[in-house]
Structures are given as structure tokens and as C-alpha cells.
Design a protein around this ligand. Structure first.
Ligand code: ADP
Ligand code: TRP
Length: 333
């Protein structure tokens, strides 16, 4: 039986954090065993914000290193850099001919960007969903592991794929859908008492995968807590619950039970809670951090991995593009 095809793109936006790892990447790592997976670093997409050439290379390298350190295995999945695949912009161009200004202007992510960066509302930003559709359709993927915020883009990928099939009367593209293991979405809280851990909340709120032991200790020591409760069995405030939730992820069950009970009995010592949480967090992330350091210095291996990914991705992309060119009527002389 042929396995279903999975595609997901990762924007190279600097260091990954614990939330990215547990909410997204650990999913990718699992999927590579069950499906034919294509994971890529979306550097074409990052051009909408006009990064400088040095930054772009460093960010792509960092993303690659961190994904490998988290367990993406280039022998189990195809891991490539988007700009190594010129087939993607060719398909993007074809799809653009049947993508309309009206529908693109209604996309939530475009409206948001147009509002926050009014001086740079470029055509690439408007057609971001078309490029994303090309990323997915080029490998004929049916499953796309992404967060909730990407649902609308997925819907557009289905629209553009179906439209192409209909116009050129060929069943080239299957319908891609957003995918998640299990029904419960993981939400890792931040350290500053807010909702989910997110890089937009600033450095103090996130634990990055390449934070040193010292940085982790400092961040957790400074995490927001609350007064010790006065009444037994008071429900913990959001900030305290966040720390207990992090403990649930990285510590032994008994430890979590101990601090939960201490809170309920009004004798919790936040200093102790933070100390234990920090040490367990450091131990939890140590293997990833060690691998980050290892991969970072192995330019030869990285270049081999990127080359391998490029070759594998080209094969699948060429096949699809041939079908599209033929359907459109481009013929060899
Ligand atoms: P950020 O919010 O830091 O900007 P992104 O939006 O780039 O992170 O998210 C990349 C991926 O990581 C998405 O699939 C998202 O669902 C997942 N993710 C990010 N933060 C968390 C979190 N705190 N808990 C669980 N998953 C998360
Ligand atoms: N738009 C996605 C994000 O912002 C990244 C992305 C680009 C992507 N192309 C993709 C995700 C294709 C899945 C499939 O996170």
C-alpha cells in the first residue's frame, strides 16, 4: 500500500522554543515513521519581509540544525530548503493565473499583515496562500501538520488545486487537509503568566531549545507566580498553574503531586518549585541542546543532508510539474 503524503513548511524565524517542539515538531518526528513526509524550510516565504542575505542563510541553517536535533531524520523523511526547488515558483506562477485579487484580499493573515506593515503590502504577501498551495500541491500531499491559524490557507490550497483540476480537466491534485495526532492540541504555557508560550511575548516568557542551563535557571527563577494561598484548596492562579503544567511535561509525577498538594495545603514554596522545575527542564532539553551544538559545527554533514533532500524533493516535484505543463498544453518541440 502506498503511504499518504505529508508536507509541512517551517518558517526560518530564529530559535525554536519548547512550545514549538512539543506542539509541532514532535508531531513531525512521529509522522516520519508513518507517512511519506516532505518537510522544508520556507525561505521563499520569508522574502515578504525583505531579510538581508546573511540573516537568511543563518536562519535557514539554524532551523535545519534545530529540526535535526529534535529528531527529524533525513533517512526517514525528505528534508529540504524551499529555494532549492525552482519547481515551486513555477507551479506558484501557474496557480497565480487562476487566483483572484478579491479572494486573496479576504485572507485573514493578509489583512493582519496589511494592517501591521502598511508600508510593505507587496504582491508576495497578497499571494502568500498561492505559494503555500504550490508547496503542498507540488508533492500531491493530503495531510499537512499545521496549527489552527493555518486552516484558512489549507482551504485555499484545496480551492486552487480543485480549480486547476477542473480548468485543465485532469485529476492532478488531491485535497490536502490540516492534520494533528489525537484530538487534544498541546498548549505549552509561557513563563510570564500569559497564555501559550510564544516568541511574540518576548524572551523572558519562552524557553528556547538552545538556551543554556544557566539561562533556563534564570528564566524560571524570574517566572511570574503569586502570593501563597491563604485558604486551603484555592484553585491556582493562571501563572502558578502554568508552572505546574510545565512540571507535568518535564518532571516525575510524584514531584508534580507533591507541589500540587503543597499548594492545596497553603504551604507551597515557590522557590523550591522553581528550583525543581528548572533542573528538570534542563535535563529534559539537554539531549536536544547537545545535538544542536553537534550539528551546528558539522557543515559537511549539513551540506550532505541538504543535497540529499534536494534530490529527493526534485524527483517528486518534477513529476507533478510535468503533469501540469502537459495539462496546460506546453509541449516539447
Ligand atoms: P510562535 O507563537 O512562537 O510565533 P509559531 O506561530 O511560529 O510560534 O508556531 C510554530 C508551530 O509551533 C505551530 O505549529 C504552533 O502550533 C506550535 N506552537 C507554538 N507555540 C506553541 C505552544 N506554546 N504550545 C503548543 N504548540 C505551540
Ligand atoms: N504558512 C506556514 C506558517 O506560517 C508555513 C508554511 C509555508 C507551510 N508553506 C507551507 C506549512 C506548506 C505547511 C505547508 O507557519
Amino acid at each position: 500500500m502506498t503511504k499518504e503524503i505529508v508536507v509541512s513548511g517551517i518558517r526560518p524565524t530564529g530559535n525554536l522554543h519548547l512550545g514549538n517542539y512539543l506542539g509541532a515538531i514532535s508531531n513531525f518526528v512521529k509522522m516520519q515513521h508513518d507517512y511519506t513526509c516532505y518537510f522544508f524550510i520556507a525561505d521563499y516565504h520569508s522574502l515578504t519581509t525583505h531579510p538581508n542575505p546573511t540573516d537568511i542563510h543563518n536562519h535557514v541553517k539554524q532551523a535545519l540544525v534545530e529540526y535535526l536535533a529534535c529528531g527529524l531524520n533525513p533517512e526517514l523523511c525528505t528534508l529540504y530548503v524551499q529555494s532549492d526547488l525552482p519547481q515551486i515558483p513555477e507551479l506558484y506562477m501557474m496557480l497565480n493565473m487562476h487566483a483572484y485579487k478579491g479572494e486573496l484580499e479576504r485572507v485573514a493573515s493578509f489583512k493582519e499583515k496589511a494592517r501591521t506593515q502598511p508600508d510593505n503590502i507587496n504582491a508576495g504577501l497578497l499571494t502568500y496562500p498561492v505559494l503555500m498551495a504550490a508547496d503542498i500541491l507540488i508533492h500531491k500531499a493530503t495531510k499537512v501538520p499545521v496549527g489552527k491559524d493555518q486552516e484558512q490557507h489549507l482551504e485555499m490550497a484545496r480551492t486552487f488545486g480543485n480549480r486547476f483540476n477542473r480548468i485543465y480537466q485532469k485529476e492532478i491534485f488531491p485535497e490536502p487537509y490540516a492534520f494533528n495526532y489525537g484530538s487534544e492540541l498541546v498548549k505549552i504555557p509561557g513563563l510570564q503568566g500569559g497564555g501559550k508560550m510564544s516568541k511574540s511575548d518576548g524572551d523572558a516568557s519562552v524557553i528556547k531549545l538552545n538556551d543554556s542551563a544557566d539561562q533556563i535557571r534564570k528564566k524560571i527563577t524570574k517566572a511570574v507566580t503569586d502570593n501563597t494561598p491563604l485558604e486551603p484548596n484555592t484553585p491556582p492562579s493562571v501563572a502558578v498553574q502554568n508552572l505546574l503544567d510545565l512540571m507535568k511535561v518535564v518532571s516525575e509525577k510524584e514531584k508534580l503531586m507533591h507541589f500540587t498538594a503543597a499548594y492545596a495545603n497553603c504551604n507551597i514554596r515557590y522557590g523550591d518549585l522553581k528550583k525543581e522545575l528548572a533542573e528538570d527542564m534542563i535535563a529534559f532539553l539537554a539531549p536536544i541542546r547537545e545535538k544542536i551544538i553537534e550539528f551546528q559545527s558539522d557543515e559537511k554533514l549539513l551540506s550532505h543532508i541538504v543535497k540529499l533532500g534536494k534530490e529527493k524533493a526534485h524527483e517528486s516535484a518534477d513529476k507533478t510539474l510535468m503533469e501540469c505543463r502537459e495539462a496546460i498544453g506546453f509541449k516539447k518541440f
